[in-house]
Design a protein around this ligand. Sequence first.
Ligand code: FAD
Ligand code: DHB
Length: 389
Amino acid sequence: MRTQVAIIGGGPSGLLLGQLLHRRGIDAVVLERKTRDYVLGRVRAGVLEAGLVGLMEEAGVADRLHREGYVHDGTQIACAGEMFHIDFRALTGKPVIVYGQTEVTRDLYDAREAVDARTEFEVDHVAIHDADTERPHVTYDQHGATHRLDCDFVAGCDGFHGISRQTIPLGIRREYEKTSPFGWLGILSRTPPVYDELIYANSDRGFALCSMRNENLSRYYVQCALSDHPEDWTDTAFWQELKRRIPPEAAARLVTGPSIEKSIAPLRSFVSEPMRWGRLFLCGDAAHIVPPTGAKGLNTAASDVHYLHRGLTQFYEDGDPEGIDRYSERALLRVWKAERFSWWFSSLMHRYPDQSPFDLKMQQADIAFLRDNAAQQQAFAENYVGLPY
Ligand code: FAD
Ligand code: DHB
């Protein structure tokens, strides 16, 4: 079998890249380890930057997003029981859209199916060969048979645990990592959201986040110990803890109910450089992870897709390799800014085991500065709605 671009991983990065390439007449095959239902069952991101929305429009898959997504013009930051508002629209002219990653992925799978684009599910033992030559190929097993896919380029969109990054020799790869000594316990419940904007809360019991998917589907998170398991937390314990961490007026309005999903995510900052090796390009979580505070993971994956699809289009349409040659440099410049913002916002909002009284005072002063200073709010808003591509 032959294709122009072999895409490893059918998460949002791989699917969005595939759809954008398809619109430019460039053929791609997506290889996904799991089933479609499994991928769609993972509850993850919920906040989309305007840049990602623009890419969904360009890919021709933004109709439902515009119909069903929620436009958020700002967010709430809470500390010591008080809340203040950061007005994205007034500060940047841009909102963010609340629309689940699950829905983004579903729209992209539906679009692939509608145009008969090839996606191979339940593939195993995917291996990338000769990526440092002009004739790379990919092998994989599926339902007991081994297959070979010849291609011009390989896009490694297979997430943090994928094989694409590992294909780049250790002598070439440089990895930067910082892990946090806690996680986020998240639940989804069929209850109305507590507030019409997201609430990021710093409290002396740890961080909490109130988010949502729609008018009757809420997503909440609390900072938890890394040693915790979701089954250690009853729904009652979760709601009690959340109420203690958010401002009293929000706690009083909180509607609770049974959780329909409960999971724990670790907090990690990670970047692997370079994002290109020969004809292999890494995209999204395959190359970098941000801690979730600030909702930058999916959005940073989208900016990689932007640079890569532009580069590949320039190569196929104009015979110009400039875009693919500078892909890693361009993508990483924006990746590191998203890493910085997510790291900073995380450090502002969480309780750390070794935090001294001085550290706590610095955190409080940092939040007060954000509340009171227009320039700091401007910087926050520009990062939150998404830096330009
Ligand atoms: P993935 O979504 O990980 O997709 C990779 C795909 O590759 C998967 O389908 C996987 O099955 C497949 N795969 C893996 N290995 C192989 C292999 N060897 N062969 C074939 N296929 C393979 N980001 C935001 O922007 N906003 C948010 O609000 C936000 N909230 C989050 C909340 C949580 C709880 C979590 C966990 C993440 C959150 N993120 C958020 C991050 C966001 O979900 C990720 O950044 C995003 O999923 C990255 O997309 P991706 O396609 O690069 O990787
Ligand atoms: C959500 C997740 C985030 O990490 C965030 O910063 C905002 C919202 C969410 O899942 O809704």
